[in-house]
Write a protein of this length. Structure first.
Length: 294
């Protein structure tokens, strides 16, 4: 295949990601917000790994000199703001943005609690946002994304346009979760789908797209084994159904089935152990280093 054909192929693949899917829907993220903030606020020991990924990501970026006192950072698709809070410990300013107003509000509240006054949050749909009108073109030293549909399609061009230095993306490349697998096998008589255990095609496509556009992406991997306790309640059942099932299967009856499964497997305090082995692919590139390849 010619270089131009390769580039067109990967651009098409990238532009088709998350089109009209529930992961790009405002209602989906509004529905998830309460549960996400709640799970990150838990203080029992088994939930500490949730914060570990934020700390380790921050340490990696600091080792690259990207979170210093002269650095302005944006987290696109920031959720309840935990990466924003971690980065704001040393960066000059950190902007968080999310499609969900509830997510942005949770992030702002968390940073306020932590006394991180060098942060700001804005709710917007990144795919339709006018970054020029927002004053975000060439505004940030680091543009950060982690497991968000905001980076898909033309969103990638916006991310690059906002950076005057570096861009970073994190995605799943492997995810083994026995609780998820049991739910699928025992309740729905099916094996786990590859797209629910790995986003490796995301990493593959992003690297090739950046390379063919002339950038020099650096790839590394972060591995995290974790155990968390989740409540055997409807909120947890909804989260699991939302992740594991197709959109047409996201019904009250299926959510109730999952809730009953959780209740049957809960400990005396009403919690279920969720163990997982997650590998993340980290892609980092300097937008200033670029040479024509195609």
């Amino acid at each position: 295949m010619s270089g131009q054909f390769d580039l067109e192929y990967f651009e098409q693949r990238w532009n088709e990601r998350f089109e009209e899917g529930k992961s790009s829907c405002l209602a989906t993220w509004e529905e998830r917000a309460d549960d996400w903030d709640r799970k990150y606020r838990k203080e029992n020991d088994k939930n500490q790994p949730r914060d570990a990924r934020m700390r380790d990501t921050g340490a990696f970026l600091r080792s690259k000199g990207l979170l210093g006192p002269d650095c302005d950072v944006i987290d696109v698709g920031c959720g309840p703001g935990r990466f924003v809070a971690e980065f704001a410990k040393t960066a000059r300013f950190v902007q968080g943005t999310d499609i969900s107003p509830k997510m942005a509000d949770y992030g702002a509240a968390y940073c306020k609690e932590k006394g991180l006054n060098n942060t700001a949050f804005k709710a917007l749909d990144f795919k339709t946002a006018d970054i020029k009108a927002l004053g975000w073109e060439n505004r940030f030293d680091l543009v950060f994304t982690s497991i968000t549909p905001a980076a898909s399609g033309k969103g990638l061009d916006k991310l690059i346009a906002m950076s005057r230095g570096w861009c970073f993306n994190a995605c799943f490349v492997y995810n083994m979760n026995e609780l998820n697998n049991r739910i699928l096998r025992e309740l729905f008589d099916r094996e786990p789908k590859k797209d629910k255990t790995s986003h490796s095609q995301w990493l593959y496509e992003l690297f090739n797209l950046l390379w063919l556009r002339g950038y020099y992406p650096e790839v590394s991997y972060y591995k995290q084994k974790k155990e968390v306790l989740i409540a055997a309640d409807r909120a947890s059942a909804y989260r699991l159904a939302d992740y594991l099932l197709n959109e047409e299967e996201l019904t009250d009856s299926n959510i109730e089935r999952i809730q009953k499964f959780l209740e049957a497997n809960a400990d005396k305090d009403g919690f279920v152990n969720e163990a997982s082995d997650c590998w993340f692919g980290w892609t980092l590139w300097d937008v200033r280093d670029r040479h024509k390849r195609v």
